[in-house]
Design a protein around this ligand. Structure first.
Ligand SMILES: [Zn+2]
Length: 80
């Protein structure tokens, strides 16, 4: 299973518009981020808990993928 905390998200600076990558973990923890364009400090604010919602959506999708792969395993014919 992949580590969602290490997944990168590209965020646009509200001051200069330059795109700066951030780890999911930084967004989840509302960590400050330094813009790669103007070097200002961007404060990440996830007041609607979008990170938590995204994690739940991804967990559901991974469970569905696992179930589908499990079904596929039963449908395959293995010949020697
Ligand atoms: Zn900037």
């Amino acid at each position: 299973m992949f580590d969602l905390d290490r997944f990168t998200i590209d965020l646009d600076c509200p001051r200069c518009g330059f795109s700066t990558p951030a780890f999911y973990r930084q967004a989840r923890l509302r960590a400050p981020l330094i813009c790669r364009g103007c070097h200002c400090t961007i404060q990440l604010d996830d007041h609607m808990n979008e990170c938590k919602k995204a994690r739940q959506t991804i967990a559901r999708a991974m469970a569905e993928l696992e179930a589908e792969l499990s079904k596929l395993n039963k449908k395959l014919v293995i010949r020697l």
